[in-house]
Design a protein around this ligand. Sequence first.
Ligand code: SF4
Length: 337
Amino acid sequence: MEALLYEKLEDQKVRCALCSHRCVIAAGQRGICNVRENRGGVLHTLVYGRLIAQHIDPIEKKPLYHFLPGSHSYSIATVGCNFRCRFCQNADIAQLPTDHGGAILGETVSPEAVVAAARQAGCRSISYTYTEPTVFFEFGLATAKLAHAHGIRNVFVTNGYMTPEALELISPVLDAANVDLKAFTRKYYKDLCGAKLEHVQQSLRNMRSMGVFVEVTTLVVPGLNDDPEELKSLAAFLVNDLGPDTPWHISRFHPTYRLTDRPPTPVKTLREAREIGLAAGLKYVYTGNVPGDTGENTFCPACGEVLIERRGFQVQKLRLKEGRCVKCGETIEGVWE
Ligand code: SF4
């Protein structure tokens, strides 16, 4: 299928404008994501409707903690990614085309079938997740439009590397996003992900200004992005550029894929990072991948009352009334209905 968002150049080359790599692709070649191919001067997406994963997940698993808590999200993915993170948690599908000679695998599914399955399962949203939704943008957009027509919300779980043009197209039907802000140094993004930090920062600002509800996740990797000064800078960016109401998830690293030379993140480091976020002025900071930790809960920033009690991906108590603290009436940022 012909791709959206590209321009034709001389000698049958094309320039893709879907993500901030903006690949210039010669005829017969693919872009960095390995799922967009130039066929005779026309850019094609190779993953339209080729789903490698379809699951029903708690929305807390995305993670989104301030978006329809306790609801289920119909979660889909194709193969492919525009990043090369050495610690990729889903490399078997995200890096499949790159690691296996360009292979594109997946069941053929229509947007209508995805929306029907989501409705049948009682899901309140569809999540475009597991791999990078930007690289299956055309299918995501078609599905998201149909989902909205049926009263189902849409969620991107993303590295935030889409272009402003792509965001303009998807934002009218994109209700929420969990965006990875993987670190706060250019070196980390370049060396570990093959990308540029500033494009992710700009996407975060753009999402906010386009009315997409945003939560941010940072995977804290021992020795690579756990310097307290770096975490302070990252938290200050969130406060200043996105606002103190932005939920921040600090997630625990486990050795995997091409980053196996270091241990899981100590729980102490995660708790210290949470304190850094709170001290910077963020109202909602969560520790992730540590079931049972107090940092999984939502506390009222005004009176300290526990408003949402969680364990793992389960909501155990919900004590909000019309988006407000039941005790003091403080408004809590989020999409609650
Ligand atoms: S989506 Fe990104 S990585 Fe893929 S071809 Fe387009 S610009 Fe390149």
